[in-house]
Design a protein around this ligand. Structure first.
Ligand code: ADP
Length: 376
């Protein structure tokens, strides 16, 4: 039966249709023949009664022979007509199936033309409500998702190259300047110090990119453990305290009790660190930053509120995109590559949570919301 599995739908439909039709016709022809024969038999019996009333017996014999002859003729017509009708119906079925399936062939040909560099093209959907229309809509949807992923990938590669180029150009510039003239050892030391700073920046950037791409590929294995979210927030604040001190900012954690969650400590720490680090970077010197850890129904939340410039609605959704910075120059001056929040978003979502931002002119509140799991 291997030809059956490799035969086209058109051929298989025709074969099914012909087989069912043959069966129906055989049943119909047999029933007709039996009914006709029964009718003839009755006629014959009527004749017998009449003849019993006195008609000649040869006439009766010839009547029966005539009826038998007629029955045979009917049988022959039925037996010969059946294959003819089936063959004609089979050809008709094949033509019908071909016509019905032709749009699928067109769809396949059109889909084949859409390659990686023509992903913006779509299949035409003549009737959205029929089966072919629904299929084309699903394929178009897939193309749209592919196009979005390709675009994101292209943008990511372009942005990453751009970010890597800047520190490399700085390292090169410092090196070229240093070798051009003879300098004092102190000047060389200075130049090497600046180069190392840029190299540090490059290393951090490459580490972050690697982490993001591992996150995308799903190869990061989380190691969840029961932990206290309030304790983790205090930990982050105490390690970033020096940065806040440098800017004379007051930063504190508000938490009424321990907030147990089950999470990967290092990954979640990164997320909270990035948000608190932003609050310090973008909050004005001398301002206050509040880190609040609370339980809200089935959620555990860490809210970080700063008194910075706020984030307008148009930027609010996009700040979680990779390499997105509202004020590129200023953000870069502060060491940002526009990746901090995308890392935080990934880390929180990997824990089944979400990250949200509320913002007004007087400051912003970033909220990390995690599903609460009672530590056993
Ligand atoms: P960066 O490393 O540049 O800080 P992020 O991904 O952490 O990148 O943030 C993206 C952008 O969002 C920043 O460039 C900044 O413009 C804006 N942003 C982030 N946090 C804040 C905040 N607390 N207040 C104002 N703007 C912020």
């Amino acid at each position: 039966m291997s030809w059956w599995s490799t035969a086209s739908i058109r051929v298989r439909l025709t074969a099914w249709y012909t087989a069912v039709l043959t069966l129906l016709l055989v049943v119909y022809a047999t029933a007709t023949f039996v009914a006709v024969r029964h009718e003839f038999r009755e006629q014959l019996e009527d004749l017998e009664h009449e003849q019993a009333a006195g008609v000649h017996s040869e006439a009766r014999g010839s009547d029966e022979a005539r009826l038998q002859q007629q029955l045979r003729e009917i049988l022959v017509v039925l037996a010969l007509g059946l294959p003819l009708v089936v063959s004609l119906a089979g050809v008709g079925g094949y033509v019908l199936a071909r016509r019905a399936l032709a749009p699928i062939d067109h769809l396949a040909a059109a889909a084949r033309r859409i390659t990686a560099d023509r992903l913006h093209e779509r299949l035409s959907v003549p009737n959205e409500r029929d089966e072919i229309g629904r299929l084309a809509a699903v394929i178009n949807d897939t193309f749209a998702r592919l196009e979005a992923s390709f675009d994101q990938l292209r943008r990511f590669t372009a942005d990453a190259s751009h970010e890597l180029r800047t520190p490399l150009a700085v390292v090169r510039g410092i090196g070229e300047m240093s070798v051009r003239d003879t300098r004092t050892p102190a000047e060389y030391k200075d130049a090497i110090g600046s180069m190392l700073e840029e190299v540090d920046r490059l290393t951090r950037l490459v580490d972050t990119l690697l982490r993001l791409s591992r996150g995308d590929a799903g190869t990061v294995r989380l190691a969840p453990q029961p932990l206290d979210l309030a304790g983790l927030a205090r930990d982050v604040v105490s390690s970033l305290g020096v940065l806040a001190e440098e800017r004379r900012q007051r930063i504190g954690v508000i938490a009424s009790s321990a907030v147990p969650v089950v999470a990967d400590r290092l990954v979640l720490r990164d997320a909270i660190t990035n948000v608190v680090d932003n609050a310090i970077k973008y909050g004005p010197a001398g301002s206050a930053i509040d880190v609040t850890v609370a339980v809200d129904g089935r959620d555990a939340t860490v809210s970080v509120t700063d008194r910075g410039p706020g984030i307008s609605a148009e930027h609010r959704e996009r700040i979680f995109d990779r390499f997105y910075r509202i004020d590129e120059g200023r953000s870069r001056d502060r060491g940002g590559a526009g990746l901090g929040l995308s890392i935080a978003k990934w880390a929180v979502e990997a824990h089944g949570g979400r990250i949200a931002v509320e913002s007004a002119a007087g400051g912003s509140t970033f909220r990390i919301i995690l599903p609460r799991k009672e530590a056993s």
